[in-house]
Design a binder for this molecule. Structure first.
Ligand code: SF4
Ligand code: SF4
Length: 168
């Protein structure tokens, strides 16, 4: 199962997501459907887990993360390397937005801000919107920075040897 991300591309900066000028705790004051594009983007914590290949249990429908990353994912920076043109290489990569969250929330990782808010839960205290520091998702051990394996090295039959326990 390949699922996709909406993590911002662009030049590498300290925080690739523009979180400047946002209203204080805006995500607690309006529904996801009312967020501006900048507010929506700012919700991404940069964990990178949506760029991992997943396995779906055919009987239960449960989705399990593996550490086998999409071919475009660079775990040293925890980002897609070709975000703007990714569909040329990975056409099945999903664009997550207020219209598609309902059908995709089930496969998102348990810590994903979009999934949490969709389920009516608060953000974790390590979220960059709360800490002001994009590195806190890595410091909290929640991201997949420096811990993935490349999908061209692992056949799909062996993905189950690389399952990740959630939450992480
Ligand atoms: S917060 Fe959600 S959308 Fe952002 S990188 Fe993590 S799993 Fe992907
Ligand atoms: S194409 Fe890019 S955004 Fe989509 S899953 Fe792969 S690394 Fe992530």
């Amino acid at each position: 199962m390949r699922t996709g991300a909406r993590y911002s591309g662009g030049a590498m900066t300290q925080d690739p997501i523009n979180r400047n000028g946002l209203s204080h705790r805006f995500w607690e004051k309006k529904p996801l459907s009312k967020l501006t594009p900048q507010e929506w983007e700012a919700l991404c914590d940069g964990c990178g887990k949506c760029c991992l290949n997943k396995l779906e249990d055919e009987e239960t429908g449960d989705v399990h993360l593996t550490r086998v990353a999409c071919r475009l994912f660079d775990d040293s920076i925890c980002r897609c390397t070709q975000y703007d043109i990714r569909h040329q290489f990975v056409p099945e990569c999903i664009v997550l937005d207020p219209k598609t969250i309902a059908e995709n929330a089930y496969w998102l990782p348990q810590t994903c801000a979009y999934k949490l808010l969709w389920e009516g839960k608060p953000l974790y205290e390590w979220h960059p919107l709360l800490t002001g520091d994009p590195a806190t998702v890595h410091k909290a051990g929640v991201s997949v920075k420096d811990m993935t394996v490349a999908e061209f090295e692992i056949t799909e039959d062996d993905w189950e040897d690389h399952l990740i326990e959630e939450p992480m």
